[in-house]
Design a binder for this molecule. Structure first.
Ligand SMILES: [Mg+2]
Length: 355
């Protein structure tokens, strides 16, 4: 999907979103659906190969929720984790199994005739969203214009990418956006792992007075000790989590006190099953929980999460959805339809299809 606004991170600029659409067809006639953002086109091809292998392992099995310890899990997921254990359930395999898990939960909720959040035992409610489209690394004037545009739809929060070559560049970008927006608009900042611990401390201290809602992934995502030092020394909250591969990674980050806030990605944390564990971990540690990408399904699982914080909104899939998820007053409410509410606008899918 072409992106309305390019995503210019400190690591790379992305102008089109490679989305893999998944229809999980059941013998009951119910189709569970989701889509997966694959980061780069080859990601979609690789995930599709893993999914083909995964389906070979579970074809004909029942999809049913089951209890694993205190959590609701899903039997086919446990079987697949075993099937792929030797190659490791992470990276491309992790993305594929997470996506399959989301499609399974969608099918289960549809079979029960309930919105996904209600099927999980929660209630449909509005989740505040920040507009995460655009605001990549770019000249200041363009940045301020783009930030202002992002408030359409009633958004009261936006996310700015940082990691300019100099500290002065970061400060100028934050100030340019802040100057254009009113003071009740929250500004999140994401370094996409650009800094060393020392640089993060220096830049973080310089940004303390700018009123940022959080500083996201300042350093390598899995350096939890480094993250913890930054979180301890800065007053601005530190946010990490989009790279947690499964709930155990999140548990380790919590044990290390790596961040004030956490934001797992449904497609890396293990789908809905993984999210349920993550939500319990966050609740026990009293950590505000936000989502990463996939806003449509994330709204449902956040509505279920005791410490729900912010929903990350991107519009990448909007054009191919039969019923785009409306943003009202800057919030998204899970739709009142069975399942997650994800289904395709077939004509648009044909138009954007990659062969
Ligand atoms: Mg991020």
């Amino acid at each position: 999907m072409p992106m309305t606004l390019a995503l210019g991170t400190s690591a790379q600029t992305v102008r089109a979103a490679p989305l893999l659409l998944i229809d999980l067809e059941t013998e009951q006639g119910i189709t569970g659906r989701t889509y997966l953002f694959c980061y780069m086109p080859i990601g979609a091809a690789l995930v599709a190969r893993v999914l083909a292998e995964a389906l070979g392992a579970i074809k004909g099995e029942r999809i049913e929720p089951t209890h694993i310890g205190d959590h609701i899990g899903e039997k086919t997921g446990a079987k697949l984790a075993r099937h792929f254990r030797l190659i490791a359930v992470s990276g491309v395999v992790g993305l594929a199994l997470s996506a399959l898990d989301v499609a399974c939960w969608d099918a289960l909720a549809i079979a029960a005739g309930k919105p996904l959040v209600e099927f999980l035992g929660g209630a449909r409610k509005a989740i505040p969203a920040y507009n995460s489209n655009g605001l990549g690394l770019m000249p200041q004037e363009k940045l301020a214009d783009e930030a202002e545009k992002l408030l359409e739809g009633g958004f009261r929060a936006v996310k700015l990418r940082l990691g300019y070559p100099t500290l002065a560049g970061d400060l100028a970008a934050v100030r340019a956006v802040r100057k254009r927006l009113t003071h009740d608009v929250a500004i999140m900042a994401d370094y996409n792992q650009a800094l060393t611990v020392e640089e993060a401390l220096e830049r973080g201290r310089a940004l303390e007075g700018e009123g940022l809602a959080w500083i996201e992934e300042p350093i390598e995502h899995d350096d939890y000790a480094g993250c913890a030092r930054i979180a301890r020394e800065l007053a601005t909250p530190i946010q990490v989590g989009e790279n947690f591969e499964g709930p155990n990674a999140m548990a380790a980050a919590i044990a290390a006190q790596a961040a004030d806030y956490m934001m797992p990605d449904l497609m890396r944390i293990g789908g809905v099953s993984g999210w349920l564990r993550a939500a319990s971990l966050a609740a026990a540690a009293k950590i505000p929980l936000s989502s990463h990408l996939l806003p449509e399904v994330s709204a449902a699982v956040l509505a279920f999460s005791p410490t729900a914080h912010w929903l990350e909104y991107v519009d990448w899939a909007a054009a191919i959805l039969a019923e785009p998820f409306g943003v009202v007053n800057g919030s998204i409410t899970p739709p009142d339809v069975p399942g997650s509410g994800v289904s395709w606008n077939e004509e648009a899918v044909r138009k954007y299809r990659m062969e």
